[in-house]
Write a protein that binds this ligand. Structure first.
Ligand SMILES: Nc1ncnc2c1ncn2[C@@H]1O[C@H](COP(=O)(O)OP(=O)(O)OP(=O)(O)O)[C@@H](O)[C@H]1O
Ligand SMILES: [Mg+2]
Length: 525
């Protein structure tokens, strides 16, 4: 077998944390190789080591005959390894197109010259670079004509992920490493990501894929390696790995039962209109008279982009209400408006008599509305424990606070183990757990959860949904935004489907779960 990437006994420790603990791996040219494992297993660290972002402490790595060991990141990139980042690292203030152009930098050695030159010949060169960059945006499914000129930071999360891939492709790599490319996407968008990965692979690109979505990983990879506590615990075909007892125990949990090898088709149905009739009935049956949160005709825009257009929804005390919809549908915008972080153009939003369109964010929190934001937003320089303590600052009873923090650490044991570490060094999924733990500790009356399952290993998703159900039982009302619509609808009393800033459907969680168009568009068949 010929080998494109070879790792031999690679190690990387951080103090006492054995993030990567003697990993050997061989990736065949032209293949799609999967890398899975629990949160904190060492996947991202391994990528950081391969790409030279973090030096390995021992072991060796080669790209074909080129030894990578000890090379700085830019040399490894120039040899043809390109990657995306789990925590998106785009230049948020640069346009989408400029971000892709930046990615081309490493591959072109004459860039500086071209920028200085005013000769038409060079300008033509620039133009073809721009065309190339636009072409790459189209390749990854971004409409260059619409978004090339938009600041990358204003794009919806899923589009930012696609843009990361376009930027990585700009290097013209031989090996592309994707670190959770489908995180934050709903099943039909994941299907699009799967098609993109397959297309890139058919064009000759070798891919190392990390993702927690087992349908995606098992569907596209020829081989899959499994890490746990920094060590490779299994490797083989998807079928071998997904039936391995050790892998099921360490990683898959009940998610293993949901593994299927083909993700079903996408695109919203055209029978949406008749559905709206059906769900109007559902609406009159399900919407509460007495609401603790009332949103009426809310419209929010970012400059020329109308993100939310006349949305109305209500949440009664004690309910779990889910808000589902594609990337960019306006879900996070609604939550951020409720938290007072964005001001609407028109419409009203009232939580227990407090006008959320005018109140300060701090007053909103004080009134009992707490948001766990997408993208985590933990305090990176503070320790895990300090982050948790901050969440309980409003309360006086010191002993009770400690008990609650201990309880949260019991639910997420890794947070206990990492309590003295800076939160910024946690893995992607560990940071997500910390963000959720903080939301739980704040004991709000209304909890807004934005994508709680983002970046979590299958087993951990079970854990987080159990925690949500528990605090709901203890009396917290919940408004939940979640791309894993299946899980969200399973626990929701009611749900709203948001499409391009408008509420298109509403009904009980059960109604929507069995609604064919919703299944097709958001649940993956
Ligand atoms: N700079 C650091 N200092 C201390 N610990 C670190 C550092 N970087 C990573 N770690 C620890 O190493 C472990 C592996 O982290 P890594 O990010 O590689 O996990 P992962 O497999 O990518 O997880 P996830 O699926 O959650 O993204 C984690 O427990 C993390 O806390
Ligand atoms: Mg990671």
């Amino acid at each position: 077998m010929s080998v494109l990437l070879r790792l031999d006994n690679v190690q990387r420790h951080f103090g006492g944390v054995h993030a990567v603990d003697g990993v050997s791996l061989e990736v065949e040219p032209g293949s799609i190789h999967g890398l899975i494992g629990p949160n904190g297993a060492g996947k991202t660290t391994l990528v950081n080591v391969i790409t030279g972002y973090v030096p390995m402490q021992s072991g060796h790595a080669w790209l074909q005959s080129d030894e990578l060991t000890g090379l700085p990141a830019h040399r490894i990139a120039a040899l043809g390894i390109s990657r995306t980042f789990q925590n998106i690292r785009l230049f948020k203030d640069l346009t989408a197109l400029e971000n892709v152009l930046v990615g081309m930098h490493t591959r072109r050695r004459d860039d500086t010259l071209a920028q200085l030159a005013t000769l038409p010949m060079f300008r033509r060169g620039q133009r073809s670079l721009m065309d190339d960059a636009r072409g790459l945006m189209e390749t990854v499914g971004l409409a260059a004509s619409d978004i090339a000129g938009r600041a990358a930071g204003t794009l919806p999360y899923g589009d930012q992920r696609r843009l990361e891939i376009a930027r990585a492709l700009a290097l013209r790599p031989r090996l592309l490493i994707l670190d959770e490319p489908a995180a934050g996407m709903n099943p039909s968008e994941k299907q699009g990501m799967r098609e993109l990965i397959e297309r890139l692979n058919q064009d000759g690109l070798t891919i190392l894929l990390i993702d927690h979505d087992m349908r995606l990983v098992m569907g596209v990879c020829q081989r899959v390696a499994v890490l746990d506590f920094g060590r490779k615990i299994a490797e083989g075909t998807p079928a071998e790995v997904s039936t391995d007892a050790g892998v099921i125990k360490a990683y898959l949990g009940t998610g293993g039962e949901k593994v299927v090898t083909s993700a079903p088709g996408a695109s919203a149905g055209d029978d949406t209109d008749s559905l709206i009739e059906q769900t109007t009935r559902a609406r009159s049956r399900a919407e509460p008279d007495q609401a603790i949160l009332e949103i009426e005709d809310l419209s929010v825009s970012y400059g020329a982009v109308n993100a939310v257009r006349g949305a109305s929804l209500r949440v009664a005390a004690g309910e779990v209400v889910a808000l589902i919809g594609a990337n960019g549908a306006g879900k996070s915008t609604i939550l951020n408006t409720l938290s007072g972080l964005i001001r609407p153009d028109s419409g009203s939003a009232v939580f227990d008599r407090l006008d959320l369109t005018r109140a300060k964010p701090s007053a909103i929190v004080h009134h009992g509305l707490v948001q766990v934001p997408e993208g985590r937003e933990i305090l990176a320089r503070q320790t895990v424990l300090e982050n948790l303590e901050l969440a309980t600052w409003g309360r006086r009873d010191g002993a009770a606070k400690r008990t609650q923090i201990e309880a949260v650490m019991k639910r997420f044991p890794i947070l206990g183990e990492r309590r003295a570490l800076r939160a910024g060094t946690l893995s992607g999924g560990e940071q997500q757990m910390l963000a959720i733990a903080r939301g739980l500790l704040a004991r709000p009356r209304l909890l807004l959860l934005d994508e709680p399952s983002l970046g979590l290993a299958p087993q951990m998703v079970d854990e987080v949904f159990a925690a949500i159900a528990e605090i709901h039982r203890e009396g917290t009302t919940i408004l939940l935004v979640e791309q894993n619509a299946l899980r969200a609808l399973e626990i929701a009393d009611r749900a709203y489907v948001l499409e391009t800033g408008q509420i298109r459907l509403t009904g009980t969680g059960d109604d929507l779960l069995h609604n064919p168009a919703v299944r097709r568009a958001y649940l993956g068949g």
